[in-house]
Design a protein around this ligand. Structure first.
Ligand code: FAD
Length: 472
């Protein structure tokens, strides 16, 4: 009987424990299900759909080169998996565990349905370094601070990544099986004309591209990572996030590559600790399922967030009148990615200067990031907003101008993404509202016309946020 491999956020062939196990001697059916009908958490966002379009094509091409293919379906996973198994008389279904309790509950229901039809389910950990139940405090609880979690995790043995499977054999799925449930992959690309143009020039989804990114980063940038990672205009980070989020690259592959690359020297060690944040986000999602939905710090339940559709829209469009914020938001819109430092700056501006609920920011990022990831996104938004368990205190409010002067000292990032300001220099570039009229004129900038006046006075916004916080 054939074995089904259900691909989810693990779109690769190498280091794929579920595929590896399924492949031992049985003909394979490889399937991906886009479930917008009963998504366990939220439907897949628009930018990630664009990424999926390329990532699924890449996975299919890899399987075809080995004599198989990838079946892509659209609809309720709870219905489709048992139906597919029944039609094909599959003996087993193999997948990687998911983390959130709703996802796990869905997996349990699917497992029950499959077992009722005499089809075994085999699950493995394939999207994290370790099973989140492995890393426990001395009292048997779970860690709430990333540093302690990461230290404890490193006392365990992280399994070696598996290689590319070989000798795969496949079972054809006839066109007559679930014909009306086949995914039209062209629908994954955005309908907004041209939105993806900048994605296409920035990214190439796929497993080989992900490995190349990793190798190039280790060769060229990891040694400089401690300094380069905060410079928003530089390519000082790995840009591996969409490959990790879609599973083209596994965290164990990154871990193993770093071990052979001097994991105890500064660059690799600090880079690995970022992988630690990724792991911690997953661990937190597993242990605290309210992470994407509620403030983890209960104190914030009474927070009087502002409801301003106009300010939210200005932020989303990169039209706030604060150059570093607009640069970040436009980089996101145009490329589906934003530098981590810029994510922190725009997040602080939204939740503090504009006093808008972090969930609005989380939802916008979820829809526009090609690396959109429930765990990382929610944990980082809660961190930025100060509502998380281990978060920057709410009263610590980034001054966007100081941040720009520090992390974009030459203004290259602002000039790249906010080109209408590119002829300004010095302080005028960072704070055009405070510049002399003559300097603005010389730079071709007319505030309120060619570039917006700030939608909030930075000092007033800060005071308003602090007042709201004190009122809690
Ligand atoms: P590198 O610096 O090269 O880091 C390597 C990898 O480590 C990343 O690919 C990522 O998987 C992980 N990592 C790095 N920083 C973090 C972090 N702070 N938290 C968790 N993992 C991290 N990351 C996402 O992958 N998806 C998201 O949806 C997401 N939303 C975010 C929202 C906000 C408000 C903030 C402040 C950060 C968010 N991040 C998210 C984390 C981080 O910004 C990105 O992972 C990073 O910018 C990706 O670029 P990189 O691959 O070049 O990172």
């Amino acid at each position: 009987r054939p074995a089904i491999v259900w691909f989810r956020d693990d779109l690769r062939l190498a280091d794929h424990p579920a595929l590896h196990e399924a492949a031992s001697g049985r003909p394979l059916i490889c399937v991906y299900v886009l479930d917008d009908v009963t998504p366990a958490l939220h439907p897949v966002g628009s930018a990630l759909r664009w990424w999926l379009h390329g990532a699924l094509a890449d996975l299919r091409a890899q399987l075809e080169s080995r004599g198989g293919t990838l079946l892509t379906l659209a609809g309720s996973a709870e219905d489709l998996l048992p139906q597919l198994a029944r039609h094909m008389d599959a003996g087993s279904v193999h997948w990687h565990y998911r983390l959130h309790e709703r996802e796990r509950a869905q997996d349990d229901r699917i497992q029950q349905a499959l077992e009722q039809q005499d089809c075994e389910v085999r699950a493995h950990w394939g999207t994290v370094l370790l099973d989140p139940d492995t890393v426990r405090t001395k009292q048997g609880g779970f860690y709430k601070v990333c540093g302690s979690f990461w230290k404890a995790l490193q006392t365990h043995i992280v399994p070696e990544p598996l290689g590319m499977p070989d000798g795969l054999s496949f079972q054809d799925v006839p066109d007559s099986v679930l014909p009306d449930k086949r995914l039209n992959e062209a629908d994954l690309c955005p309908r907004v004309p041209d939105w993806a143009a900048g994605f296409r020039t920035t990214w190439e989804p796929g497993e080989a591209e992900g490995q190349e990114h990793l190798e190039d980063f280790l060769k060229d940038a990891v040694a400089e990572y401690p300094r380069g990672r905060d410079r928003v205009a530089e390519e000082g980070t790995s840009r591996l996030s969409p490959y990790l989020a879609s599973g083209a690259v596994s965290p164990r592959q990154v871990w193993a590559a770093l071990q052979t690359h001097g994991a105890h020297t500064d660059g690799p060690r600090i880079f690995l600790s970022e992988l630690g944040w990724r792991e911690f986000a997953r661990y937190t999602l597993y242990h605290l399922p309210q992470l994407p939905f509620e403030n983890l710090s209960a104190k914030f339940s009474g927070m009087r967030w502002r409801n301003s559709a106009a300010d939210l829209k200005a932020w989303q469009r990169g039209q706030t009148g604060v150059p570093i914020v607009d640069a970040g938001m436009r980089q996101l819109w145009q490329t589906g990615w934003m530098h981590n430092r810029a994510r922190m700056i725009v997040g602080s501006f939204l939740t503090k200067h504009l006093l808008i609920d972090w969930k609005e920011g989380e939802a916008w990022f979820r829809d526009t990031l090609v690396d959109a990831d429930f765990a990382n996104n929610a944990m980082n938004w809660q961190w930025v907003a100060g509502t998380g368990i281990e978060a920057t205190p709410f009263f610590r409010i980034f001054n966007p101008t100081r941040q720009a002067e520090k992390f974009d000292p030459d203004g290259d990032y602002i000039r790249q993404w906010v080109p209408e300001l590119r002829r300004l220099s010095g302080k005028a570039l960072f704070e055009p509202w405070a510049a002399k009229e003559a300097d603005l004129r010389q730079g071709g900038v007319i505030l309120g016309k060619t570039y917006p006046r700030p939608i909030v006075d930075l000092k007033d916004g800060r005071d308003r946020a602090l007042q709201a916080f004190r009122a809690l």
